[in-house]
Design a binder for this molecule. Structure first.
Ligand code: RP5
Length: 169
């Protein structure tokens, strides 16, 4: 069994059902990962320690999900040399996730966070896999196979759905 190379973190247990989908994708690609709750606001010291040490433990990419005033991905990015992918979580307040998106997306110059769509932990995992694939040819090949299977599914649907209806003489 190999040590985790991707760390999936989230601000609260209430983010788990969304973030678990990223873990499912990593598992499909046979990538070792860890998943844990790290809160920027409720466990700030733990977050700082986690972010400073992650690369020393062999983590290569961090996927961070948070909702509302979603400071976790940005704060972690400010403390680690690793790439950080942010997943905005749909909030239950009246802003409905726009707050999460903007909190993660609008990072200041010099501190990058790659932001995926609202609740899209799947895409965060796929992006992490593409990053890891740069130095891993078999992973890169698996990504190509995944893309080919997506294409084939769409072509199959197109065969069933695409029609023409000609009217007139
Ligand atoms: C954020 O606040 C979490 O990432 C979560 O999305 C949101 C709400 O957290 P809970 O109040 O449900 O714990 O820190």
């Amino acid at each position: 069994m190999s040590e985790p190379v991707v760390s999936i973190i989230m601000g609260s247990e209430s983010d788990l059902s969304v973030m678990q989908k990223g873990g499912d994708v990593l598992a499909e690609f046979e990538i070792s990962f860890e998943l844990q709750i790290v809160s920027a606001h409720r466990t700030p010291e733990y977050m700082v320690n986690f972010a400073k040490k992650a690369h020393e433990r062999g983590i290569k990419v961090i996927i961070a999900g948070a909702g509302g005033a979603a400071h976790l991905p940005g704060m972690v990015a400010s403390l680690t040399p690793l790439p950080v992918i942010g997943v905005p979580i749909k909030s239950t307040n009246s802003l409905g996730g726009l707050d999460s998106i903007l909190s993660i997306l609008q990072m200041p110059s010099g501190v990058p966070v790659a932001t995926v769509a609202l609740d899209n932990a799947k895409n965060a995992a796929l992006l992490a896999i593409r990053m890891l694939g740069i130095a891993n040819t078999s992973l890169s090949k698996k990504m190509n196979d995944f893309m080919a299977s997506q294409r084939d599914k769409v072509l199959e649907s197109a065969k069933k759905v695409n029609t023409q209806r000609k009217i007139g003489f």
